[in-house]
Design a protein around this ligand. Structure first.
Ligand SMILES: N[C@@H](CCC(=O)N[C@@H](CS)C(=O)NCC(=O)O)C(=O)O
Length: 282
């Protein structure tokens, strides 16, 4: 049933990451096609499938689907395992509420304003927009507050029953808490923080590339890095986990890199090659 799946996405896109995590959680495979929705010239493949110019796009043979919440519902319906949509009315309704809060109130402050300016811009040696960052921190608080109440109640975000709510929110929280200001803010919401601590290390979040087929159709260029090696990854806000002698995993990009010398990881060069210079890119 799922053999014809293709995911069109972008490596830094949090919504793409949600779908990748869902594919892994649901035991599905997809061919991955990388494109940059922020490129100055719209990618014709993207324009062909959506007038909104956004990723992700899921294709199942000749069936094309956009909107991450719809994509997750579809994957859940076709996946081989148990459904991640609860049938108990209170749980099901809370799940939908978490997804809606995440999309309509969470994405912009958590990702586009806080993460993009506190983490991504410095990482790319780009100027940060201080007013957007400040506004994001203000607007993130009620989002965390409402999600914390849901986590405290326990129908969703309880760390036990993983549902589409967890999959939708977790990648955004991953980005938000990479900002020191985001991590500090989350600490003020103990039930939500407890939920986050419980899901942050799920393999689907940590290792999207475990999705065997979900790699760019053409291999990524070797990391002929333009990042100055003297700057460590942690200074650039990256989290690298050394997974073996010579393989590192970049949690932000969701990519692994094999190096002949295990000490160095240069991961971010790919950004420049995707021409992502025009506007926010996550
Ligand atoms: N409502 C869409 C939102 C997707 C979205 O905003 N994707 C971002 C990347 S995370 C994008 O493609 N942005 C391109 C742009 O804003 O031009 C969904 O749920 O899939």
């Amino acid at each position: 049933m799922a053999e014809g799946l293709t995911l069109i996405g972008y490596r830094y896109s949090v919504y793409t990451r949600i779908v990748r995590a869902a594919l892994i959680e649901m035991g599905l495979e997809a061919t991955y096609h990388e494109l940059n929705p922020f490129a100055a010239t719209p990618d014709p493949l993207l324009s062909e499938h959506t007038p909104f110019g956004r990723v992700p796009v899921l294709r199942d043979k000749d069936f094309t689907l956009t909107e991450t919440s719809a994509i997750l519902r579809y994957l859940d319906a076709i996946g081989p395992g148990l459904s991640l949509v609860p049938t108990v009315p209170h749980q099901m309704a809370r799940m939908a509420q978490v997804v809606a809060i995440t999309d309509f109130y969470g994405y912009v402050p958590l990702v586009r304003q806080v993460f993009a300016n506190a983490v991504f811009a410095p990482m790319m040696d780009e100027p940060l927009d201080q007013s957007a960052l400040s506004e994001g921190l203000i607007n993130a608080r009620p989002v965390l507050q409402s999600l914390n109440a849901i986590a405290a109640e326990g129908h969703q975000l309880n760390g036990i029953d993983i549902t589409l709510a967890d999959l939708h929110l977790a990648p955004m929280m991953a980005y938000f808490t990479m900002a020191q200001q985001g991590a500090s803010m989350l600490a003020a919401f103990p039930d939500l923080q407890r939920w986050w601590q419980g899901v942050a290390d799920r393999p689907s979040l940590l290792q999207p590339t475990l999705l065997q087929a979900a790699r760019p159709a053409a291999p990524l260029p070797a990391p002929a890095c333009t990042v100055r090696h003297s700057k460590t990854c942690s200074q650039r806000g990256l989290t690298h986990v050394r997974r073996s002698e010579n393989t590192c995993f970049n949690r932000l990009a969701g990519t692994t890199h094999q190096r002949s010398r295990p000490a160095f990881v240069g991961c971010l060069v790919v950004s420049a090659r995707h021409g992502a210079r025009s506007k926010g890119r996550v």
